[in-house]
Design a protein around this ligand. Structure first.
Ligand SMILES: [Zn+2]
Ligand SMILES: [Zn+2]
Length: 334
């Protein structure tokens, strides 16, 4: 089968590799689509994870069922939770598998993922998807689970004014969650044209371009007192700083984007008694709820898919996402 291997920073090579065969408790899948995650773009930009088949946001149809697997048949369309956990550490036993000490996953940590014609997964990673849900929508479940998790951790209340910093796929899905969760006004900050348009289409009350306005000033003009909840959904240092600048004294900052260089001081949290919630991936139940939100059409994920590229174009697709213009979510169709 064809698979895209990240060879080094900035370079994918399509290679012929053996089709994975499922071991006991596993299934092999014919990959329908694998979405490009911001963390994959970071791996492409840095070379982290080189030598492996990346791709953890994928779905597919079961091609082969391994020994001892029950309840799954060849041809079933399944959503794949790429995260695997040990089920024995303190966090796993307290339903916080996202913090598992021995966490690993499909398409992460060197394990082969979805930028290939076939991939394998443990049957416990699979979620059933109703026939009414398309393969493209199913691909979005993982990313929606991430957004749902940070939204729930933020404890946003009905009527809260919300600022979402960054209108990438996670930011847009946080916007959708905020709408579902009864937030008051939802303001989104973004500079890329395609993502600004998507935020407006998905119901943002205003889209603020940080290259045109001072985010803190504009948020205070709009809200009077600052945002009750500010979500950090973009990893640039300025975006992290904008998230803290947007929140009101006594409000909550919920961070899902990672950054290793942003300049923050304890003053940023102490001065306004800001509550800070970090959010890492999601719990398994979030993944199931994300599938439900898609299946019941409460979140329209398909609207966010702007680009679908064959495996052969993967390097170009990643290059484009280093500085997105019109792209929101790009899917690879292996
Ligand atoms: Zn991801
Ligand atoms: Zn564990």
């Amino acid at each position: 089968m064809k698979a895209a291997i990240l060879k080094e920073k900035g370079r994918f090579v399509i290679e012929d590799v053996p089709v994975p065969r499922p071991g006991p408790g596993e299934v092999a899948l014919k990959v329908s689509y694998c979405a490009i995650c911001g963390s994959d773009v970071n791996r492409f930009a840095t070379g982290r994870g080189a030598g492996s088949i990346l791709g953890h946001e994928f779905c597919g149809r079961i091609a082969e069922v391994g020994e001892g697997v029950e309840g799954w048949s060849v041809g079933d369309l399944v959503a794949v939770d790429p995260i695997t956990q040990c089920n024995t550490c303190f966090w796993c036993l307290h339903e916080q598998g996202n913090l598992c000490l021995n966490r690993s996953g499909t398409g992460i940590a060197g394990n082969p993922g979805g930028y290939a014609e076939y991939a394998k997964a443990k049957s416990v990673q699979l979620f059933h998807v109703p026939d009414s849900v398309s393969e493209k929508e199913t691909t979005m479940a993982q990313c929606l689970a991430v957004a749902l998790h940070v939204f729930n951790l933020s404890e946003t209340k009905i009527g809260d004014n919300v600022v979402v910093v960054g209108a990438g796929p996670i930011g847009l899905q946080v916007l959708a969650c905020a709408r579902l969760g009864g937030a008051g006004n939802v303001y989104v900050t973004e500079k890329a044209a395609g993502r600004k348009g998507a935020a407006a289409e998905m119901g943002a009350d205003a889209v603020l371009d940080p290259t045109e306005v001072n985010i803190r000033q504009r948020v205070y003009e709009l809200t009077g007192i600052g945002a009750d909840v500010a979500f950090g959904c973009a990893g640039a240092s300025q975006a992290i700083q904008d998230t803290f600048a947007a929140v009101r004294p006594g409000g909550t900052v919920a961070l899902v984007a990672e950054n290793w260089a942003a300049q923050l001081t304890s003053h940023d949290m102490v001065d306004g008694e800001v509550k800070v919630r970090g959010s890492r991936a999601y719990w398994r139940r979030d993944f199931g709820e994300a599938v439900d939100l898609i299946a019941t059409r409460r979140v329209n994920c398909e609207a966010m898919i702007t680009d679908v590229e064959p495996l052969a174009n993967i390097e170009k697709a990643f290059e484009g996402l280093l500085n997105p213009t019109t792209q929101v979510k790009t899917l690879i169709a292996p």
